[in-house]
Design a protein around this ligand. Structure first.
Ligand code: PEP
Length: 260
């Protein structure tokens, strides 16, 4: 593992869990310390504060993250939550998850502005990108990744992105049980690293690139063994502490890998 890029395993709970379930799930993750990697959980918004408070009380070594963040600082944006409101409780926030792109029509520019807000508040921005099935079938994967990266970076210009995480999440793999092959995940993450090398040179060594899409305890180790995969964004399997912890342990087992 590169000291600059500790493996990161992040759980995206989406719109799941009651408060009691959230606290039990968070405890199931927080009560197991897995050394050598970073762990994050992204509960639904109303549970961020109680989960963060429980984490502080019990000394859990986990980052609490938000599933989204407003691009705006404050004002008349009904229903939105700003980075400054999240920052006391969260160390991370997602931007541009494919479900936000799909159901809320978020553009690359808006997502880049969210990245800027998250980074500006000192949190880890997780920029989610990935192609749909149609785009993959049309051999457009790299074009789509390039467009999503370029659009977001342009809008985030000037922000300090030294904590940036990019999550490669092919839309066809999310929640389908059909993860990318290790070869496909390796190729896409290498493409992203190459794009960073060319367009954001100072960030190429520090930016963690996660794979997301039907990661399970059974396929995690193979994905983590790919040189440009620095961890995972996990949806369904993060809702069971035992499964999520096995994924964390698979990352820890590879924590000493060599990275160029
Ligand atoms: C996700 O929603 O970010 C995700 C990767 O989901 P799943 O692991 O369920 O495919």
């Amino acid at each position: 593992m590169s000291p600059e890029r500790p493996m990161l395993v992040a759980g995206n709970w989406k719109m799941n869990t009651s408060l009691d379930e959230a606290l039990v799930l968070a405890a199931g993750v927080g009560n197991l310390t897995v050394s050598g990697i970073e762990t994050a959980i992204c509960p639904p918004f109303p549970w961020l504060v109680p989960v963060a408070r429980a984490g502080r009380e019990h000394g859990w070594q986990i980052v609490v993250g938000a599933q989204d963040c407003s691009a705006h600082g404050n004002g008349a944006y009904t229903g939105e939550t700003s980075a400054a409101m999240l920052q006391p409780w969260c160390g991370m926030a997602l931007a541009g998850h494919s479900e936000r792109r799909r159901y809320h029509h978020e553009s690359d520019a808006l997502i880049g502005e969210k990245v800027r807000s998250i980074a500006g508040a000192g949190m880890i921005p997780v920029l989610c990108i990935g192609e749909t099935q149609e785009e993959r079938d049309a051999d457009q994967t790299e074009t789509v990744l390039e467009r999503q990266l370029g659009g977001a970076f342009r809008a985030a210009q000037g922000a300090d992105l030294n904590k940036l995480v990019v999550a490669y999440e092919p839309v066809w793999a999310i929640g389908t049980g059909q993860a990318a092959t290790v070869q496909d995940a390796a190729a896409a993450t290498a493409f992203i690293r190459g794009w960073l090398r060319q367009h954001a040179t100072s960030l190429v060594g520090t930016t963690r690139i996660l794979y997301g899409g039907s990661v399970t305890p059974d396929n995690a180790a193979g994905l983590f063994a790919q040189p440009d995969v620095d961890g995972a964004l996990v949806g369904g399997a993060s809702l069971k502490a035992a499964d999520f912890n096995r994924i964390r342990e698979a990352a820890a087992a590879l924590a000493t890998r060599e990275i160029s």
